[in-house]
Design a protein around this ligand. Structure first.
Ligand SMILES: O=c1[nH]cnc2c1ncn2[C@H]1C[C@H](O)[C@@H](CO)O1
Ligand SMILES: [Zn+2]
Length: 345
């Protein structure tokens, strides 16, 4: 049963590029760019780029991104990183992925945010050409910080610009970063602007802050919620998620590490599914969380008694939740049915 359920790992809607670079890729690109790393083998590098066993919270988890981000400051590296992640997802048997990154975190050398978006899109096209993936798209993250409104607004402007280019590959924006330090409502102006110009968005909420953060994200107009774990604390928020059919992008491995969830035993996924919330299963950060989508399904199968019906529901929810037009969702479903007919038996 356990290995069977891992076959449902075909769609990842919540995957950060910078948290998912392989250690081998990091070593290769550090050498190419003459960047000194604190370790010189994949195994020795791992402690610097993955969450510690005893990770205390989201703030500690977020420290794992400094090193990979230092390697992603040129167009060549950014393109290569996207293509490499796509290749690894293809090898794992995925069919569709939405990869997210924050353009404003890639302007440390000479790139503008737009250069970063274009580089990531080049990587997306190059990567897709060499895989069997149905498709992949990009989500541009705004960041929770103190003085970055201009940068966030620029990210949203770019999302609009590239969303308007049919088939470019940008599908939405996100809000990532330290939720406990910078409340969702601090970013109201950003998301009013996104709504005004019809840029769809997901917001990381209900991770380091409570159900009120999910409530705020919904009030701002989020069409999906990153995790939303702590929605479980509010009947009215859960009712709203059901009523509005707002999907939750759940990432158990990461949620346990950041202490958004205290234990798998109390993980609210099943209660969300039972209530009819459109919960989906994702990785968040393959390297920081030392996971893969198959591993997430395996973890839930082994330690959460995830059933086959639940696994199938999660996969179907991911199709419903994808930032894709209706006809592409149908084509995605058809592709999955053709490649993996056993998932529908
Ligand atoms: O779990 C997370 N919560 C909030 N922010 C996160 C999480 N994982 C990654 N990020 C941030 C750190 C990355 O540098 C940024 C863009 O991918 O998104
Ligand atoms: Zn995330």
């Amino acid at each position: 049963m356990v290995s069977t359920l891992a076959q449902y790992a075909v769609i990842d809607l919540h995957l950060h590029l910078d948290g998912s670079l392989s250690p081998a890729w990091m070593l290769e690109w550090a050498e190419k760019q003459q960047i000194e790393l604190p370790a010189h083998t994949p195994e020795a590098l791992l402690p610097y780029v993955s969450a510690p066993q005893d990770c205390s919270d989201l703030n500690e988890y977020l420290r794992c991104f400094d090193l990979p981000l230092s390697l992603l400051q040129t167009p060549e590296a950014l393109s290569a990183a996207v293509a490499d992640v796509l290749q690894r997802l293809d090898q794992q048997g995925l069919i569709y992925a939405e990869i997210r990154f924050a353009p404003q975190l890639h302007t440390g050398l000479a790139m503008s945010q737009e250069d970063a978006v274009q580089a990531a899109l080049t990587g997306l096209q190059n990567g897709l050409a060499n895989t069997q993936l149905f498709k992949a798209n990009l989500i541009l993250c705004c960041m929770r910080a103190a003085d970055n409104k201009a940068e966030n607004l620029e990210t949203i402007r770019l999302a609009k610009k590239y969303l308007a280019k049919a088939e470019a590959g940008v599908v939405a924006i996100d809000l990532a970063g330290a939720e406990g330090l910078f409340p969702t409502n601090n970013f109201a102006e950003e998301f009013h602007y996104a709504s005004e110009i019809s840029v769809p968005f997901t917001i990381h909420a209900g991770e380091a802050a409570g159900a009120e953060s999910v409530q705020q994200a919904l009030a701002l107009g989020a069409s999906r919620i990153g995790y939303g774990i702590r929605s479980i604390e509010s009947e009215s928020v859960m009712a709203q998620l059901v009523r509005q059919e707002t999907p939750l992008e759940m990432c158990p491995c990461s949620n346990l590490q950041t202490k958004a969830a205290q234990s798998l035993k109390d993980y609210p996924l099943r209660r969300f599914l039972t209530r009819g919330i459109v919960a989906t299963l994702n990785t968040d950060n393959m390297t920081v969380s030392q996971t893969s989508l198959q591993q997430e399904y395996r973890l839930l199968a082994q330690e959460y008694q995830l059933s086959r019906a639940e696994a199938k529901q999660l996969m179907l929810n991911s199709i419903a939740a994808a930032f894709l037009p209706a006809e592409e969702k149908m084509a995605l479903l058809n592709t999955i049915q053709q490649r993996y007919p056993q998932l529908f038996e």
